[in-house]
Design a protein around this ligand. Structure first.
Ligand code: ASP
Length: 340
């Protein structure tokens, strides 16, 4: 399937390059027009990168596919399913911390190298929202299904209805209720957020991404964050690169964070510089930026990875032929109100 895809894609690229005069090609504005970038060769593939410490186990699962020259889309789906199924990861899937009313509601999206994408939001009782998002992409004419409609679509496609609130997560919710520490706008700290966002570049040069979360703990019932929103929690342009986000979703949505990063890379910025510029956009536009965390990861089509976060504490997991390791991200604020 992958080789057929590449054959078709390759034929289209060759045909269109032959048909388009060089000067028009330049003004078109894709990365092929960047003289410095065009000369680079893809050396760093396959590679997979994902958010936070639980990204290490997710990368391992993705690597089983990538290391056998498998497809990046299969790799990111398989990878993030590990976090979704792990009850100890209390920010994703099964075991996710509930909203303020005690319901676990899930958001997820997936995007391939051609720009196809699928998403589910505010979905309950289905353990692997990323696989439902992929089915939305592949089986429907739509991009996003939400709430009960997303759940019904999942059930009609063979997914099981399950209780996702674990005993431990229920205890933490009850404790939060007792503490009467209700914030109308919950502030993410290291305890109550940790979306998994993953980007992979496969042996054939396909770049795909996935993002899945239970969202901010103690959020309003019905709240949807950045994670299922294409261009906010995840964006991929196979000709340029991809980006994923974690942290306060509202702040990421306001700047269309991952789309912004991919556009900066299209203009020739390195992945780290592109992530930093997105963080600076938040700093410049959002006065309360001392009070929350946002972290970005970007991967370009040459296999180069960069990250940047608003506050200290963001980590990402990077797997390539050599190793799978956890790395601390560079960050903007030397001091802020959520850093520990
Ligand atoms: N971005 C997620 C949200 O706002 C939270 C997270 O990264 O854990 O829903």
């Amino acid at each position: 399937m992958t080789s057929r895809r590449n054959f078709i894609k390759g034929s289209i690229v060759v045909a269109s390059l032959a048909a388009v005069p060089a000067i028009f090609n330049k003004s078109y504005g894709n990365s092929l027009s960047e003289p410095g970038i065009r000369r680079k060769r893809i050396r760093n593939k396959p590679v997979v990168v994902s958010t936070w410490k639980h990204g290490l186990a997710a990368n391992e699962a993705a690597w089983e596919i990538l290391s056998q020259d498998g497809y990046a889309l299969d790799a990111v789906e398989r990878g993030v399913r590990v976090s979704e199924g792990d009850p100890d990861v209390t920010s994703v899937g099964y075991g996710g911390l509930p909203d303020r009313d005690g319901y676990v509601t899930l958001d997820a999206c997936i995007m391939d190298e051609t720009g196809n994408c699928g998403s589910v939001s505010f979905m309950e009782n289905i353990k692997h929202p990323i696989s439902v998002a992929r089915l939305v992409m592949e089986k429907t004419p739509h991009i996003m299904l939400s709430g009960i409609g997303a759940q019904e679509f999942a059930l009609s496609n063979g997914f099981k209805k399950e209780d996702l609130l674990t005993y431990e997560s229920k205890l933490r919710w009850e404790e939060w209720m007792r503490s009467q520490n209700f914030h109308p706008e919950p502030t993410p700290d290291e305890e109550n957020h940790d979306t998994i966002g993953m980007l992979a570049l496969d042996h054939d040069g396909n770049l795909c991404g996935a993002c899945t979360t239970s969202g901010l703990a103690w959020k309003y019932h019905g709240r949807v964050g950045d994670s299922p929103i294409i261009g906010a929690g995840l964006f991929v342009d196979g000709d340029v690169g991809g980006a994923v986000a974690t942290g306060r979703g509202e702040s990421v949505i306001k700047i269309a964070g991952t789309h912004l990063i991919v556009e900066f890379m299209r203009q020739g910025k390195s992945p780290e510089k592109a992530c930093r510029m997105a963080v600076e956009r938040i700093v410049n536009k959002q006065k309360d930026h001392q009070d929350f965390q946002v972290g970005f990861i970007a991967l370009n089509k040459y296999g180069e990875v960069g990250t940047y976060s608003l506050a200290r504490g963001f980590e990402y997991a990077l797997q390539n032929h050599k190793e799978n390791k956890l790395i601390k991200s560079p960050y903007y604020l030397k001091y802020n109100n959520t850093s520990k």
